[in-house]
Design a protein around this ligand. Sequence first.
Ligand code: LLP
Length: 385
Amino acid sequence: MYSSDEISYFNTIKTPFYYYKMEYFKNNLEKIKNAAGKYGYVVHYAMKANANDKLLGIIKDFGFGADCVSGNEVQKAIDLGFKPKEIAFAGVGKSDFEINLALDNDIFSFNCESIQELEIIDEFAAKKGKIAQIALRINPNVNANTHHYITTGLEENKFGINRWEFDKIIELLKSKKNIHLIGIHFHIGSQITDLDVFKNLCIRVNEIQKYFTENHILLEHINVGGGLGVDYEHPDKDDFPDFEAFFRLFDRFLELRSGQKLHFEIGRAMVAQAGDLITRVLFVKNGINTNFAIVDAGMTELIRPALYQAYHKIENITSKEGIDFYDVVGPICESSDTFGKTVQMTETKRGDLIAIRTIGAYGEVMASRYNLRDLAKSYYSDEIE
Ligand code: LLP
């Protein structure tokens, strides 16, 4: 998994740290670009998955757009050279400051989630003498079959505009002169591994499109969001996610009208497998059923196991001998600060390096300074001396 040069390098760095495998990362971007390019689909990178400058710069150079969910993300995308006309701005609660910032930069699209938001964007755009391009984020009521914290496309979720509000919105759009409807937007959830879920989304989008056609509204853009899951069990398998199958499915099942462009907002699947969290064992102690391997990374560096009971493969990359079971836990004063229970690893001792895999998405970017811990640094395979 790692070369001996990499492991020697790791031994010279202060742990914990994030480690990004740049060749893998670029290959992955190439695959996405080619698979989407076949159909002329537009891919925006969902910056929330990882806003690391170096990775973002590469994503921009590959020609992907940006999907932002805060004013700071919009600003960062612009600072790093993403074209404003390739920036979509989503989010259920955009502040006045964020709306004005996005208006000042003439972004591609505000993905709007409520009637009140439409009214406010229209009002602010009017004050600036601008016409804002907007897309309606529609709640399609499609079940993503994923963890309930990362399910977003059900009527019970806070996201999007529900079907029963459509007529009112169409009326509103007729009277508002400073917003221009360019499309509709969906995002049903994250870490979706069953492609049938996306098929269900396509079927729902087709139904919803009929409504707009019947109301003589031409939509230039359909944005189906992100959500494609990755294989956390097999971090070294590089044929998953299957981007070819993913985009092919939309080509087969989503009925685009002539001239319409289909957009995606891919976050996790672009970056997840490119990163690992490297941590060192501080102490090993015996528990009732297993041993505890207490490592120097905690939920402050990777919150996914604590927050979503997420699985990340854990490997001892120092020791090659023996086998035992460990609860791999961090130093934070919370019982949820556990990376994995009853993890089978080679015999583990103080000082060993442990790799927590597939943390490129929603790892570094969700870090916190809880317990006043320092933020962990990032290192890159192409910078190893
Ligand atoms: N578009 C919108 C509007 C979104 O809300 C999201 C993610 C994406 C795109 C990108 O979805 P992806 O391709 O990454 O699945 N922190 C959680 C995941 C939260 C996802 C939130 N929205 C986790 O660690 O699993």
